[in-house]
Design a protein around this ligand. Structure first.
Ligand code: NAD
Length: 472
């Protein structure tokens, strides 16, 4: 087992100033994979100082210079696809097929999109007698979770660099290895020292120090609501910009006349992908009461195809959840749902058959879920689908909007116009119409408790800019 006691600061790997290490477990085997440095406030201090020192020159560099570096990062991501997929499968437990198609390929697509976007982006515009300049926001503190560990890093770091910001990244404790691999890729891309820095460490220590640092001008955070709220409060006191992506409880609404079987089958795939650890997952399936039993039967049948197994095998569709705490938490939610009167039609609280080791949860479908139940309101973050019945379209809107969250959603209808009209009534940042594919150039982010700010595409780049106008 490798033990890494260094941090990537100021253009090189430096001994961590923090004491101790964080052991990284393979969630499928519960074996230790590696240990990384538990960075502390002193590491954050030196990383922020490096980022601050590099900020002016990087912010003033030409678009062509930044484009050349981003292209090199993109090429590095392309060259390391297999290693990225294997690393995410090892530390997150995602099936290798999914790691290859999503955990490795999506960050590459996002980086490629930013190379193209930056090439055509205008940082100045004329407005009447003014010239409006878009300038870098400054030093960015990026704090990322474990569920899409590289995608969430790339979705913050790449647009921040494109905007001319310098970055200190604090990745999640459970998935620091792909973050270290990303630092290697950035290093190989030859960025000036201090433009990108990585500090691994515990959230309440290294993450908190980064969010609180007075020289960090913008904090971009993805993770739990509790931590996001605390970071937002603190940012408010420091008059600091903040972008928060805080998860969801998204509804997939099947309107009468839609292709029910397809809508339900796609929903089951959506919610079990990545073991249900997707903030935008459709965790609530809303079906008209007349089609309810038919939909539940389709969902139960589809769920049976997801057999938990070894994520390194290409045929495995469902791996473990990330750690023991998440496993217990997800099982606790299944138990709470059943106690509240939900009907178990697939899966359950017990460990899957044959899974003596690993943080596995049975792929679960709960029917007869009502909006007052905890499982209908809180983010479970595991392979659990809740099926709710609605009476009519207004009731479906009420149910879809009836949580604190508003990140994503789906609508299925016989025709697009009907689906779009319904989607426009949903208080949520993204809606897929009749199974529309994820678009890495479209703005991604929440309404209500799902957060503030947008990631990806042009909107994601603009998060990292501030605006100055000169009058003539
Ligand atoms: P978390 O919010 O604790 O962790 C996310 C990141 O924030 C990690 O890098 C962590 O180290 C850091 N962090 C933790 N405490 C911090 C602090 N006080 N100051 C600054 N940074 C801090 O999330 P978690 O414990 O890993 O997961 C808990 C729940 O959060 C999950 O069950 C899920 O519901 C939700 N979640 C949502 C997303 C999402 O994509 N929106 C991702 C992961 C988790």
């Amino acid at each position: 087992m490798e033990t890494y006691t260094d941090q990537y600061i100021g253009g090189g790997w430096r001994p961590s100033l923090g004491e101790g290490t964080i052991t990284v477990l393979n969630p499928a085997t519960e074996e230790a994979l590696a240990a990384v440095a538990a960075g502390d406030a002193a590491d954050v201090e030196s990383a922020v100082a490096a980022a601050r020192a590099a900020q002016r020159a990087w912010g003033a560099s030409s678009k062509e210079t930044r484009l050349a570096h981003l292209t090199a990062i993109r090429d590095g991501l392309a060259a390391h696809q297999e290693e990225i997929a294997a690393t995410v499968t090892a530390e997150l437990g995602a099936p290798i097929g999914f790691s290859t198609a999503v955990h490795a390929a999506l960050p590459l697509a996002v980086a490629s999109g930013y190379v193209e976007l930056l090439a055509g982006f205008e940082f100045t515009e004329r407005v009447g007698n003014s010239t409006v300049y878009r300038e870098p926001a400054g030093v960015v503190g990026a704090i990322t979770p474990w569920n899409y560990p590289l995608h969430q890093i790339v979705a913050k770091v790449v647009p921040a660099l494109a905007a001319g910001c310098t970055v200190v990244l604090k990745p999640a404790e459970d998935t620091p290895l792909v973050a270290r691999l990303f630092a290697r890729i950035v290093h190989e891309a030859g960025l000036p020292a201090g433009v990108f820095n990585l500090v691994t460490g515990i959230g309440s220590v290294a993450g908190a120090a980064l969010a609180a640092h007075p020289d960090v001008e913008l904090v971009s955070f993805t993770g739990s609501t509790a931590v996001g709220r605390a970071i937002g409060e603190q940012a408010g006191r420091g008059i600091k910009r903040v972008a928060l992506e805080l998860g969801g409880k998204s509804a997939n609404v099947v309107l009468p006349g839609a292709d029910l079987a397809r809508a339900v089958n796609v929903n089951v795939g959506n919610v079990f992908a990545n073991s249900g650890q997707t903030c935008s997952a459709w965790t609530r399936l809303l079906v008209h009461q007349d089609q309810y039993e038919e939909a539940v039967a389709i969902a139960a049948k589809a769920a049976a195809k997801y057999v938990p197994g070894d994520p390194t095998r290409p045929e495995t569709r469902l791996g473990p959840v990330v750690n023991a705490k998440q496993r217990d938490r997800v099982r606790g939610y299944i138990r709470a749902g059943l106690d509240a009167g939900a009907r178990l039609v697939a899966g359950g609280v017990d460990a899957p058959e044959g899974a003596e080791r690993g943080f596995f949860v049975r792929p679960t479908v709960l029917a007869d879920v009502t909006p007052d139940m905890t499982v209908a309101q809180e983010e479970i973050f595991g392979p659990v689908l809740c099926v709710l019945a609605y009476r009519d379209e207004d009731h479906a809107v009420e149910l879809a909007n009836g949580t604190d969250y508003g990140l994503a959603g789906g609508v299925w209808a016989a025709d697009e116009a009907t689906a779009v009209a319904f989607a426009r009534r949903m208080d949520t940042g993204q809606v897929d119409i009749n199974g529309g594919r994820f678009n890495p150039l479209a703005p991604f982010g929440g309404y209500k408790g799902s957060g503030v700010g947008r990631e990806l595409g042009r909107h994601g780049l603009e998060e990292f800019l501030r605006t100055k106008s000169l009058q003539f």
